[in-house]
Design a protein around this ligand. Structure first.
Ligand code: HSE
Length: 439
């Protein structure tokens, strides 16, 4: 029987998962491809640490060129992550005529266009299911069985670290810092979790998803990105009081006027929204297509085994194409023909219309509410409800929480700037966007 030979660059946690899956499910894969899919070479700077999987030492190398220069290797898996040297390695693999499988959302979000163009020139394919949602097969669905649809929205919870932290803050009333520290100790958060907690990882995933859904290039740096570091227990408990849960959402919407909203920020969603019950390290991604209607994907968005599942799914798809001799015939990594990919304009955040929870910290004295309400009214912002309790007063400052009706974000920001200049305000006021009608 012929074999499809594969080179793996990056032998970390996910790489070990791929090795384990290819080994344990060898027969299943062979039954589905009609050939054996075998790892011929694994390149990493560290080839001595024990990854908990059995690997023949002869496969391991510190010289990545042994993969690029091996004519028997037809598929390269890139699992080193980050921008460089991942970009150089992926481009070298393509230049050497190899198909590429990558889980690298950061690379695709920032340099996807160069990589897709290089693959098209060379007539090889690039697959990246594992880049978004770990084991959840959302990209294949968008490019495959849902491809007949025009998508109007894609949104969801796409970072397990943040969702784990917010879930524990919600369920235990714990502090952000305390949960983050514990998440690091448990291995749920990276030693340097900046990309996760600042929303960057979620924005990378949104950039990839929005490109596939809407057939557009996305300037990654234009995505409004806020993480969860500013969310406090008090925000979570007020949100609950009003019937909401706070989640870090990635939101992509095609607006009726042909613009695109792409934003990542903590969002209050009503308790009846299924995303409110997506807890811990799980991810959920919701799509709406004009014919299929709403579709919700749910599953493990990270971790060695789920991510390996997505990577091997890509390997199998490529192996089938190679076996059938049809690889590279329709090289459309975004699911759209190259000349159909457009540059949809992004809607500025000031123009986004949604409702808000505003939290002010003010001295408890006559006229404060009237002044705040006056500024909101002057800016055309209508109050839906409000609560002022003496929880934190200690005799002085109290939280005042106001829920607004829908308003333009620009008006809200102007109002907060004016309100924060009042002497009776003792902390910078907070806003959290509310999405009551995501669909
Ligand atoms: N660090 C990501 C998460 C997984 O916490 O979901 C990889 O994208």
């Amino acid at each position: 029987m012929n074999e499809i030979k594969v080179g793996l660059i990056g032998f970390g946690n996910i790489g070990a998962g791929v090795v384990r899956l290819l080994h344990e499910n060898r027969q299943t894969i062979q039954q589905k491809v009609g050939q054996n899919v075998v790892l011929k070479r694994i390149a990493d700077l560290d080839i001595t640490s024990d990854r908990g999987v059995d690997v023949d030492d002869s496969l391991l190398t510190t010289d990545v060129n042994q993969i690029f220069n091996d004519p028997e290797i037809s598929i390269v898996i890139e699992l080193i992550g980050g921008y460089e040297p991942a970009k150089t390695f992926v481009l070298k693999a393509i230049e050497a005529g190899k198909h590429v499988v990558t889980a690298n959302k950061a690379l695709l979000a920032l340099h996807g266009e160069d990589i897709y163009a290089a693959a098209a020139r060379k007539g090889v394919e690039i697959q990246f299911e594992a880049a978004v949602g770990g084991g959840i097969p959302v990209l294949s669905a968008i490019k495959g069985n849902l491809a007949g649809n025009r998508f109007t929205s894609v949104f969801g919870i796409m970072n397990g670290t943040c969702n784990y932290i917010l879930t524990r803050m919600t369920q235990e009333g714990a502090d952000f810092g305390e949960v983050l520290q514990n998440a690091k100790e448990l291995g749920y958060a990276e030693p340097d979790p900046t990309f996760d907690i600042e929303g960057t990882d979620t924005a990378h995933k949104l950039a990839v998803l929005a490109s596939l859904c809407f057939g557009t290039r996305i300037d990654f740096n234009s995505i409004h990105t806020e993480g969860i570091t500013g969310i406090s227990g008090i925000d979570i408990s007020y949100a609950a009081e009003f019937g909401y849960r706070i989640k870090l959402l990635a939101i992509g919407k095609r607006t009726v006027d042909g613009q695109l909203e792409v934003r990542v920020h903590p969002t209050m969603i009503p308790l009846h929204n299924p995303l409110a019950d997506v807890n811990g390290v799980f991810n959920a991604i919701h799509l709406t297509g004009d014919f299929v209607g709403p579709v919700l994907f749910y599953g493990r968005g990270a971790g060695s085994n789920p991510t390996a599942s997505a990577i091997v799914g890509d390997l199998i798809a490529l192996s089938r194409s190679i076996t059938a001799g049809i690889q590279g015939r329709c090289n459309a990594p975004l699911g759209f023909m190259d000349d159909a990919v457009v540059n949809l304009p992004l809607k500025p955040m000031e123009d986004i219309v949604t409702s808000f929870m505003l939290r002010f910290t003010a001295q408890d004295q006559p006229g404060v509410l009237a002044s705040i309400a006056g500024v909101l009214g002057k800016n055309g912002i209508s109050i839906a409800s409000m609560v002022q309790t003496a929880r934190h007063n200690g005799g002085k400052a109290v939280p005042i929480v106001i829920m607004t009706h829908e308003a333009e974000e620009g008006a809200i920001r102007a109002a907060l700037t004016e309100i924060d200049s009042f002497d009776f305000i003792s902390e910078k006021s907070r806003l959290i966007r509310i999405e009551d009608n995501l669909e």
